[in-house]
Design a protein. Structure first.
Ligand code: ITT
Length: 208
């Protein structure tokens, strides 16, 4: 069984569209390392989750990156949502003329086994992220568990909160005239950071 290890039911709802009944939500709050990139956070999370669960796991680290604020809140999105809250992040963004932002997601898979090298260009891009995480000291030691990373990103604009769907920062992030909170799960997945990362993961996982 594949476990989506997360405390966030919104993430599993989105993952089910790609992985159906193949995925269980496993509610384990793995320790999140502090890093300036999502890749190493997701990779280390997947290793901790695999050690805990003992079966194949995916973990997903995501965040909102506001361009003119140098990517704030980025990897600190969860902390900032809990402390400032989404409405105040909008107030900060509102003061800026340039309100471009992106959502990014990195899915990390670990089943305790090493991965075959693959010539697929998507995989090459992901390996680059994995290598970057290793350079930062997240996985080069002899005993570290291999992790495979899948990335996704969507560009948009910060707007005043609208919509009841989705979760987290969805109400203040607009893509193509709609906030992600105004989209249903299928429509959000079709364009979202997580949808893109999940599509890459699901394709690779089905071929294993
Ligand atoms: O770590 P887990 O347990 O998976 O759950 P989490 O909600 O803390 O997950 P993240 O650390 O990946 O999330 C970082 C923050 O970004 C927000 N976030 C993540 N994905 C999002 C999405 O698709 N739309 C809106 N906000 C999102 C989320 O609400 C958090 O505040």
């Amino acid at each position: 069984m594949l476990h989506y290890v997360t405390t966030n039911p919104g993430k599993t709802r989105e993952a089910r569209e790609y992985l159906g009944g193949e995925v269980a939500q496993t509610n384990f709050d793995y320790p999140e390392i502090q890093a300036s990139e999502l890749g190493p956070i997701a990779a280390e999370g997947a290793r901790s989750a695999y050690r805990e669960v003992g079966e194949p796991v995916i973990v997903d680290d995501a965040g909102l990156f506001v361009e003119t604020l140098d990517g704030f809140p980025g990897p600190y999105s969860s902390y900032v949502e809990e402390t400032l809250g989404v409405e105040r992040v909008w107030q900060i963004g509102k003061a800026e003329e340039d309100r471009r932002a992106s959502f990014r997601c990195v899915i990390a898979y670990c089943d305790g086994q090493p991965f075959d090298a693959s010539p697929d260009p998507v995989d090459r891009a992901d390996r680059h992220v994995a290598a970057a995480s290793d350079e930062e000291g997240e996985g080069d030691d002899a005993g570290s568990l291999p992790v495979k990373l899948f990335t996704g990103r969507v560009q948009g604009t910060l707007v005043a909160p609208r919509g009841e769907g989705g979760f987290g920062y969805d109400p203040i992030f607009e893509h193509d005239g709609q906030t992600l909170a105004e989209m249903d799960t299928e429509a959000k997945n079709a364009i979202s950071h997580r949808g893109r990362a999940l599509a890459k993961f699901a394709e690779w996982f089905a071929q294993r």
